[in-house]
Design a protein around this ligand. Structure first.
Ligand SMILES: Nc1ncnc2c1ncn2[C@@H]1O[C@H](COP(=O)(O)OP(=O)(O)O)[C@@H](O)[C@H]1O
Ligand SMILES: [Mg+2]
Length: 608
């Protein structure tokens, strides 16, 4: 994902839809064509039955297109068919089978289009999201991002594969049926058609209300499960504070409201179906009565009358669906906007890689100034110091003094503003080195290590893709993790649970150190990575690190003086500024902040 990429811009809903359906569009088009074909085939059978009633059983001259008539004449006319009615039945069955096949193909094409579109949309969103800068991630909730990738994508899928295609399909089906009806009786068709706008509007407005009601039910369900979940996970707190009764009441109230909403929804749905059935029944009754009169007066034949009635039944469902679909389509706009918002966010810009930068030089922070958001107080204010190549630099400072921020800047997780000074490695400006190079060459053990729910061994090897078992053992040994692993019955195959919950804080930190060691980078940062291990292990890890024959430049961030007192150079940071620097001895003689912290932490004062 680090290769330079062009930002796509989706200015309109249509441009996004076109992008999302790039690979699946042809399936959707094919599915529409097959849907149309199915509709036509469906409409043919009532005509065959009308023909059988009127011309085979009765004596009306067949009302068929001339090519068909000449075929019929050649095989002996309707007289020949009368003793062989099975031939008509066979034609009906053949058409029905053909319609079945086209219907199957329509559904298959639609399903394939949906799957392809979903897969491509997920990939597009995911690859875009992982390329977005950390500043963007800081501003957005993970839950919201995930919702956009799941629910919103699903709404768009439904819009394309169900609503839009159904709309195109149903309108064509209704129009075709009307054309067939028109050829039977224009007047009767007018009577049929006059009901259509009424039913569509009725169903549209009802469905808008139903959707609103559904949303309320959904929201309430969310609240209800949130209360249940919170109370179950926090069951100890609830018991300890004796709040069971209060929490139960709260749950019961919400539960009652939830049931009430369902009641209302069911009432709406029943009303819709009952009224809708009534309207359609009225329409059918009208056709039935007027059609019968036409039939009696001889203006239409009995067969045509039967065919007309089956066309009327055939489209009554689609007409009602039309309203539901149109109301459902209005929801898609919001979801498309929410997806568009993510895809329009600017990804991390990547510096063109010039040549692999040598990372074994001095690291220089030169008048570095940084704030997370414009208008915020500066987190780093004119910070200048140098970490000598191949040496250990310690950084001491209270929480919030900007130590981690400094390291994020070094890894190019955030970029320095124009007037924010500069960071150089081996004399080369960091902003001129590609992010990929920077991150490949710097191993950072984050202050809050994040372990994946995999095995311990897999977690250690996560960044060293080609790590062998021996590498894993070696890294674990330096991180003083080996004895711990040996105590687990499954050793390196121990599953660490979600975020590493089955490990203690210190074990997690040591796993994170091993994770970084395995990469064997020329620059290594330990950001407060020994805070949760005991002093003795802390010393052992440092000794192991010193014993490694790597020439890595190391930056050691710590709270504990004992963790970094042996560093070649120590920088003391306070509220975003460098207040002192030097070796342990020099700083002790100065009688400044370092000395004060040291005195506070000396064994006489420590009461841990
Ligand atoms: N993502 C962020 N957005 C806004 N402010 C932040 C962010 N991360 C850290 N800060 C602020 O920057 C300051 C320095 O934080 P940090 O570099 O983590 O300090 P340290 O590592 O020394 O404890 C703190 O005041 C903190 O609140
Ligand atoms: Mg920190």
């Amino acid at each position: 994902m680090n290769s330079p990429r062009k930002t796509d811009r989706y200015k309109t809903h249509l441009s996004l839809l076109l992008r999302l359906t790039e690979g699946s569009r042809r399936y959707f088009v094919a599915s529409i064509l097959f849907a149309w074909l199915t509709s036509i085939l469906d409409l043919i059978n009532p005509r065959i039955i009308a023909f059988a009633v009127d011309s085979v059983l009765g004596n009306t001259r067949p009302d068929l297109p001339s090519p068909l008539l000449s075929v019929l004449d050649r095989i002996g006319g309707t007289g020949m068919l009368r003793p062989h009615l099975w031939m008509v039945a066979l034609a009906v069955i053949a058409i029905a089978v053909l319609a079945g096949l086209t219907r199957y193909t329509f559904r298959m094409m639609n399903a394939r289009g949906q799957e392809k579109m979903l897969r491509e949309t997920r990939n597009l969103l995911y690859s875009h999201i992982v390329s977005l800068p950390l500043t963007w991630h800081n501003q957005h909730h993970t839950g919201d991002i995930i919702q956009r990738c799941t629910s919103d994508v699903d709404v768009v899928r439904a819009f394309l594969s169900e609503h839009l295609i159904s709309l195109i399909h149903l309108i064509a089906q209704i129009l075709l049926a009307l054309v067939f009806m028109l050829s039977i009786s224009p007047l009767l068709t007018l009577a049929e058609a006059s009901f259509i706008p009424l039913i569509v509007l009725f169903s549209y407005f009802f469905h808008i209300r139903i959707a609103r009601s559904f949303r309320k039910v959904d929201e309430m369900e969310g609240q209800l499960s949130a209360i249940a979940q919170e109370n179950l996970t926090g069951v100890r707190v609830v018991r300890a504070f004796g709040r069971e009764l209060y929490e139960r009441k709260r749950f019961e109230e919400k539960n009652e409201a939830y049931t009430g909403l369902w009641d209302h929804l069911m009432h709406l749905l029943s009303l819709f179906w009952a009224t809708g059935d009534g309207l359609s029944g009225l329409q059918y009754l009208l056709i039935l009565v007027v059609g019968a009169r036409f039939c009696l007066s001889g203006s239409i034949t009995v067969g045509s009358y039967i065919a007309f009635l089956s066309y009327s039944t055939m489209i009554s469902g689609p007409v009602r669906q039309l309203g539901r679909i149109i109301s459902g389509m209005s929801r898609a706009g919001v979801s498309i906007d929410r997806i568009r918002y993510i895809l329009n966010a600017e990804p991390e810009t990547e510096t063109e890689p010039v040549s692999p930068a040598p990372m074994d030089g001095d690291i220089t922070f030169d008048h570095v100034r940084f704030r997370y958001a414009p208008g915020d107080a500066p987190v780093l204010d004119d910070v200048s110091f140098t970490c000598k190549a191949g040496q250990v630099t310690g950084i001491l400072g209270s929480t919030g003094s900007g130590k981690s921020t400094l390291m994020y800047l070094l890894c190019r997780l955030y970029d320095l503003p124009e007037d924010g000074g500069e960071i150089r490695i081996g004399g080369r400006r960091l902003s001129g080195i590609s992010r990929r190079d920077v991150r490949n060459q710097i191993g950072i053990v984050l202050q809050e290590p994040y372990l994946f729910s995999r095995t311990l061994g897999e977690n250690i090897a996560i960044a060293g893709l080609s790590a062998s078992e021996a590498n894993i053992r070696e890294a674990a040994k330096v991180a003083v993790l080996e004895e711990t692993v040996n105590r687990f019955t499954k050793g390196y195959d121990t599953f660490v649970g979600e975020r590493g919950v089955t490990l203690s804080g210190g074990q997690k930190q040591r796993t994170a150190i091993a994770q970084t060691l395995i990469r064997n980078t020329p620059i290594m940062i330990l950001d407060d990575s020994l805070s949760a291990v005991d002093t003795e292990t802390d010393i052992r890890i440092r000794q192991e690190l010193d014993r490694m024959d790597s020439k890595a430049t190391r930056i050691l961030i710590a709270h504990r003086i004992t963790s970094l007192m042996h560093a070649d150079h120590i920088v003391v940071l306070d509220r975003g500024k460098v207040v002192e620097e030097g070796t342990h001895e020099e700083l002790m003689q100065r009688n400044g902040l370092y000395r004060r912290i040291c005195d506070l932490q000396s064994p006489d004062n420590v009461t841990e």
